[in-house]
Design a protein around this ligand. Sequence first.
Ligand SMILES: *Cc1c(COP(=O)(O)O)cnc(C)c1O
Length: 423
Amino acid sequence: MTLTEKDSQYLWHPYTQHKTAQTPIAISRGEGALLWDENGKEYIDAIASWWVNPFGHSNKFIADAVYKQLTTLEHVLFGGFTHEPAIKVAEKLIEILPKNQQKIFFSDNGSTAVEVAIKVALQYFFNKNEKRTTIIAFENAFHGDTFAAMAASGISFYTQAFQGMFIDVVRIPVPIKGQEQASFDALTNVIQNHNCAGFIFEPLVQGAAGMVMYEPEALAKLIQICAANKVLTIADEVMTGFGKTGKTFAMDYVSEEPDMICLSKALTGGTIPMAITTFTQDIFDAFYDDDINKALFHGHTFTANPTGCAAVLASIDLLQTAEMQANIERINASHLEFQKKIENHSKVITARTLGVIFAVEIKSDSEESYYGSMRTKLYNFFIENGVVLRPVGNIVYILPPYIMTNEQLQKVYKIIEEAIEMV
Ligand SMILES: *Cc1c(COP(=O)(O)O)cnc(C)c1O
């Protein structure tokens, strides 16, 4: 049996209707921006394997750090114990995060990073004896698939089976260019009419919605409105973190600081599942008490796994090299050039770029759903041509590993141009 045949016998894939889905491609090797399947066919990974892999597949620098940690201390429980890798990660993050972030809490995926932030927002007010139970989120947000994260997410077909079982979430429009005031007004209105504990947002770029972008000034204003009303703000940087927007964090573009930040995906350079939620001292202090019931009773078995921490430290080292920063700038300049080239094409609605993120919306005759027919046609075309891209409806985005070469990048652009002509 081939790998794909065995797969269909035993495995259940994410976001997959197995009755109608195509068989998955079995990948046997990865190096740099390239992947090879079991038959030796080569693919350019133009979305960094779901946005996790900035430094390339099978990165030797991270692998060496991980091997060293695995053979020194692979894991130890974090309840009642601590270790140097976790402390070093905390020190490093506190150095590079927005200045008000002072406490680091570990978990193991983006959804749990969000889950922790939302639970902390709710318990913060519980501990202070204030009744605030509503969470504010953007329309079409994506914050993950666990229950609170899913409640905060606004992409309906992910969540429709669970309606009526969620925590209280109220949605406001994204302040896209020209429509900022509607978003500010909606936020003010929600805060006046609900007991709001927190506001969660993807800063500057809504990833899963199709790389929807908005300006830092608008986000600063929303955070100011929250701060004036003591509503805690949660920046979900699970996608945007670690260089994707051109700065280390998307919040580095924003004049206001959030109360909490969620990190995962590129945190370990796409090697080991790990996540972190960071907090201000004020939030930590609301849980610091003689009363044990005020503690945060949340934890995961693999919390602060030392091997994961070693991967984080190696990844941040790589990100901070002049070479990697130059790569990010190179890709950004290249995207901007490609954007200019195609944005006036008759079949293009709009194209946009921030950092290494590029997205183009293609005109279509019918209303394009997330997994509609155009999406399938585009996806298959890209795969046939050896490029991994996962369009969102009629939106094709590129989120390459930073080490992608110019030649590979040009090939990705060319395939996208051909796809635009084809559909
Ligand atoms: C991917 C993502 C998540 C969820 O992360 P998982 O590791 O898939 O649970 C949460 N928030 C944002 C913004 C994401 O892009």
